[in-house]
Design a protein around this ligand. Structure first.
Ligand code: NAD
Length: 368
């Protein structure tokens, strides 16, 4: 006897990304209008953002008549673990949360990655919204539906695709970001310019300092362009079966060095080094001219980002760590390369990553 369990699904994961200023009130009115279909909210945040923004959102939720509790993780990448996910889940269960709730992530990429993953598995899945408070989360982490935690082996190895009900990008929150965090967010912005938006790259060449000084027009411009680039890619390939790999530009060396540095390097700093590494290798292969590679390095420096590998990094350990990359296929390292500035190299069909021999990248790493 064979039962045929027909379960064809049509899923509409459409959602809005709202870019603006002080979006707390908008969040409350959206929730009142049934954005998540829930009246009970778990506000997940970190120890830095709690006092800056999350407590205000909690108070506004309660004032609006919703049931809401706050769950706070220690700030920093080292909180993006399975253990911390369990901590949040157990705390939610303890407070009586079941399937009747939605999660509101208030913070940077660590919070949105972790909270989105919690929401995806809590009671087999509850809705969540992201209220992004870092440039990095606005540029990349809070949009696109990839959620994950790190393991001791490498970053983002355990997670799920899970789209939020809505993303709020509150540009005003960037004003309290430490300068080093603004720079870190600029790395993903520069990456977007390199892979798909020459105008964005050139805008940054002309205006990067304005982002540090909090110029509203500059911040709004980069927030919008980041979303446009990311979405032109994610809409075509949500599950990273081909095209989405291009968003990995700079991340082969970037993710590896982030882990090998034991998170002394911020995510964006690691990505900046990764961007410089792919450009050096790309120059060797003839994918980018020396002039454009130097332009990239000059922009990274002006964005207060590193282009060289710090002395404390063990080069051999770094080369070994490259093999934890998700693009590795049949034991071979694969890299994404920019094509000059504003475009990406394509290697036939739907392939955007090229196999690279270990000695070739090891040589580049040794030079850096
Ligand atoms: N899911 C994705 O597609 C994706 C894409 C890129 C990066 N990421 C992940 O994002 C993470 C990095 O994101 P991040 O840089 O936002 O990290 P983060 O969440 O750790 O935030 C950086 C620091 O800034 C603090 N902070 C946050 N908002 C603040 C504010 N408004 N004012 C003052 N301080 C503030 C935080 O407490 C933290 O100390 C990494 O884990 C990375 O893997 C995910």
């Amino acid at each position: 006897m064979i039962f045929n369990c027909e379960l064809r699904k049509v899923v509409d994961d459409t959602y809005e990304i709202e870019i603006g200023h002080k979006l707390g009130e908008k969040l409350i009115s959206d929730l009142r209008n049934g954005l998540t279909g829930k009246n009970k909210f778990a506000v997940v945040t970190d120890s830095n953002v709690e006092g800056l923004y999350a407590r205000d959102i909690l108070a506004a939720l309660r004032e609006a008549g919703f049931r809401a509790e706050i769950f706070v993780i220690p700030a920093g990448e080292k909180s993006k673990t399975r253990a911390m996910k369990e901590f949040v889940e157990d705390a939610m269960l303890e407070k009586g949360f079941r399937r009747d709730c939605a999660v509101i992530a208030v913070g940077g990429g660590v919070v949105t990655d972790l909270a989105g993953f919690v929401a995806g598995t809590f009671g087999r899945g509850v809705p969540f919204v992201n209220y992004a408070t870092t440039l990095l989360a606005a540029a990349d982490a809070s949009v696109g539906g990839k959620t994950a935690v790190d393991t001791p082996l490498a970053t983002n190895l355990i997670g799920i695709f899970n789209q939020p009900a809505k993303v709020y990008i509150d540009i005003d929150t960037w004003s309290t970001l430490p300068r080093r965090q603004t720079a870190s967010g600029l790395a993903e912005t520069i990456k977007h310019g390199c892979l798909g938006d020459r105008e964005l790259f050139e805008y940054l060449e002309a205006n990067v300092e304005k982002v540090f000084s909090g110029d509203t027009d500059a911040c709004t411009y980069i927030a919008e362009r980041n979303c446009a680039v990311k979405y032109s890619v994610v809409m075509k390939d949500e599950r990273e079966s081909g095209l989405r790999e291009v968003l990995n530009l700079g991340h082969t060396v970037g993710r590896a060095i982030e882990t090998v540095s034991d998170y002394r390097l911020l995510h964006g700093e690691a990505v900046a080094i990764g961007l410089a590494a792919q450009a050096r290798l790309g120059e060797k292969y003839g994918y980018i001219s020396r002039e454009n590679r130097e332009r990239l390095e000059a922009l990274l420096k002006r964005a207060e980002l590193p282009c060289l590998i710090p002395d404390y990094i063990d080069r051999e350990a770094l080369v070994k760590k490259l093999y934890t990359d998700k693009k590795v296929r049949d034991g071979k390292l694969r890299f994404v390369f920019q094509n000059e500035i504003g475009a990406i190299m394509q290697f036939g069909g739907n392939s955007f990553a090229k196999p690279v021999a270990e000695n070739e990248i090891a040589e580049i790493i040794a030079q850096m």
